[in-house]
Design a protein around this ligand. Structure first.
Ligand code: AHR
Length: 670
């Protein structure tokens, strides 16, 4: 097996491993035979996707590229007790300036955006204004362009109560500054008139800093109303206005997900009945969207709303999979504590169902339809091509739930038979809600249901045969949320990632009924992480890819459309070896995945039965690390990262799968 270029480090690592392992650990060479000349079993072409939930500051302060925190002065103590509309803003009085800032709601930009700041300048000095340090400081790159913007009107000039000249504009400067006040970029603007108007300027900082602030200073006595004070990098993902943070979005795009589920999770339920996530409040001009408390205990601007989610899906070639509630609140978040799951009153259901139907029209309707026109006005006249719709999330399967789910399901099926409605079978891999959810799915003949499991790594190994036993005639499965939660602070250990890889081979092998699968949660901002483990961790300036991320990516970029029949002998107990083999008809490649969860290498002879005896050029990628407890750490070289080599293989070859590893071998089929 000549290999080129085999990295020195990798060769050293493998050699060291071989030397330190006792010969007995190698055991008997297993035989893996793949029916490479057979057509195989068709499997889902949408199998691997992602699930985005605004948890851990995944949206504001995360994927959404806005750099100002609390841009619309809508923070509130209902989100966090210490928060108020001026949180994260500081009054600035420079060079003898005198003035104040307050919150007003008399004449807002829009009723959905009720609060704004009123800046009063008594004596301008070198400027009176406000500053914002973003989310843990604003990160700026020297030489890149940022768009600073705000909405304003002139409340009065000179002094309040009319003693001034309102024909004169209020001069303001917009600045990017370091924490110590060094000016990094600056622009001058003028505010004139009594109507709300958007102002903007391009700023190019002269230095790269990780904790800058945006400062707006007014330079004459008077008062101005300010709202939607914003700062975006010009370079967002695909340069979309109101777009996504490029590095994070790229990390998601690199996963090549076939679908994106959003916006939750528990988030869709909101904080109780009638406080569910309302998609209609998340489309349209950003200054008219209703910000709201995130059920994870912070603030959502809704700047990243349904339009942006759908646009992102289109940009990365993924199918959108929005989730709406089933007309019930979460059993753990009733509007009055302890009341548990509550349903919308039945007389309110028709309006709610109409909202769901409107969502489909918004996504797929012609630009001439009522809701399609709103999409078109936002800049997307073509339909988005919605195919999947999740209804419910981890709900208790009660009569209240079933009645409302069925009403929604019947209405969608009647009007939009082209949409696949995905039901829920509760929060766990087994138990009463799982059983009742599946029974209900059979009763309604649902096309697909959503299973969730956050379980130990060992659970994945113990349940590799889970889907082998599923009824092929029943609903297909969407494994909408799953992750291996390891002991020791639920870290993203190699052990957890390898266990998930094992589970994913079972998804592939059962890809005739496991139609979709997505790890959860996806994103977590350091210092604001409420849930561990997550796939990707980030700060304002860095992105850390976990071992689990690499597993997701290796499966997703190496997926196929048929699963090939395989036999493995001898099989050892307890099982710590999982394999799958797929054919990708687009590339004509056979892709083999070998997962070893054991503490020792597993020696295998692999036979691609039926292929001619000639050499084949292949690529082999191995993901492993220093040990099962290892994980990728911030500010350290990654301990766990895939390493690829090109090699030639005969249809029968020996391979020793390293301890705690995922190996992907891609072979062109002749
Ligand atoms: O992924 C985090 C949470 O886990 C989701 O919001 C919820 O669906 C599940 O309980």
């Amino acid at each position: 097996m000549p290999e080129k270029p085999l990295k020195f480090l990798r060769r050293w690592w493998v050699a060291a491993l071989i030397l330190i392992l006792p010969a007995a650990a190698w055991g008997q060479r297993g035989k893996l035979t793949i029916a490479a000349d057979q057509p195989g079993k068709p499997i889902s072409t949408d199998l691997f996707g992602i699930f985005f939930e605004d948890l851990n500051y995944a949206a504001d302060g995360g994927l959404y590229a806005e750099l100002v925190q609390n841009r619309s002065f809508e923070y509130s103590p209902t989100e966090q007790p210490a928060w108020h509309p001026l949180s994260f803003w500081e009054l600035q009085k420079r060079g003898g300036g005198e003035g104040s800032v307050g919150v007003a709601e008399m004449r807002p930009i829009h009723e959905n955006n009720p609060h704004y700041a009123l800046l009063t300048v008594v004596r301008p000095g070198e400027g009176v204004g406000v500053s914002n340090g973003g989310f843990d400081g604003i990160p700026l790159k020297a030489g890149e362009t940022y768009e600073a913007s705000f909405w304003a009107y002139q409340a009065f000039m000179g002094q309040m109560w009319g003693r001034g000249d309102n024909s004169k504009p209020m001069p303001v400067t917009l600045r990017l500054e370091t924490r110590s006040g060094e000016i990094l970029a600056e622009a001058s603007l003028q505010i004139l008139g009594r109507e709300w108007k958007r102002h903007s300027a391009k700023l190019k900082p002269v230095q790269t800093v990780s904790d800058a602030r945006l400062v707006l200073l007014a330079h004459a006595a008077g008062g101005i109303a300010l709202d939607m004070i914003s700062l975006f990098p010009e370079k967002t993902f695909r340069n979309r206005p109101n777009g996504l943070r490029a590095d994070l979005a790229q990390a998601l795009a690199d996963l090549q997900p076939r679908f994106v589920r959003f916006p939750g999770g528990c988030l869709v339920h909101g904080g109780g009945i009638r406080r569910y996530y309302d998609w209609k409040e998340t489309v349209g001009p950003v200054e008219q969207r209703r910000a709201r408390r995130n059920s994870w205990g912070y603030h959502q601007t809704m700047g990243l709303g349904y339009f942006e989610y759908f646009q992102f899906c289109e940009d990365i070639g993924a199918k959108p999979l929005p989730v709406v509630t089933a007309g019930v609140c979460c059993q753990h978040a009733g509007s009055s504590p302890g009341r548990g799951q509550e349903g919308l009153p039945l007389e309110e259901m028709p309006a709610y169902i109409q909202d769901v139907l409107d969502l489909i029209e918004w996504a797929n309707g012609p630009a001439t339809s009522r809701w399609g026109a709103i999409r078109a006005a936002a800049g997307h006249p073509e339909p988005f091509g919605l195919k999947y719709l999740g209804v419910g999330n981890e709900d208790a399967i009660t009569p209240i739930f079933k009645e409302r789910f069925k009403m929604i399901y019947d209405a969608v099926r009647a009007k939009h038979p082209e949409i696949t409605v995905i039901g829920t079978v509760g929060p766990f891999a087994a138990g009463p809600d799982y059983d009742n959810g599946w029974a209900f799915a059979r009763e309604l003949k649902l096309a697909m249901v959503d299973e969730h499991y956050y379980v130990s790594p060992q659970w994945f190994w113990d349940n590799l045969a889970r889907y082998d036993k599923y009824d092929r005639a029943a609903a297909k499965v969407y494994v909408g949320e799953y992750a291996a939660h390891d002991r020791d602070r639920r870290r993203n250990t190699l052990r957890s990632a390898i266990a998930e890889a094992a589970g994913m081979t079972a998804f592939e092998r059962n890809g005739d009924i496991v139609h979709l699968a997505s790890y959860a949660p996806l994103l977590a901002r350091r210092g604001h992480t409420q849930w561990h483990p997550d796939l990707i961790y980030f700060t304002g300036t860095s992105v850390l890819l976990s071992a689990n991320y690499h597993v997701q990516k290796l499966f997703s970029v190496n997926c196929g459309d048929t699963h090939l029949q395989m036999t493995l002998s001898p099989t050892s107990e307890p099982r710590k070896l999982a394999v799958s083999a797929v054919r990708d008809s687009r590339s004509g490649h056979i892709i083999l995945k070998i997962v070893n969860g054991a503490d020792s290498p597993i020696p295998l002879t692999v036979e691609l039965a039926g292929l001619p005896a000639a050499d084949m050029a292949a690529t082999r990628t191995v993901l492993t690390g220093p040990g099962p407890d290892s994980f990728n750490e911030e500010n350290q070289p990654p301990a766990i990262t895939p390493v690829s080599v090109e090699l030639t293989l005969k249809p029968t070859f020996d391979y020793d799968a390293p301890a705690h590893s995922l190996t992907v071998i891609r072979l062109p089929q002749r």
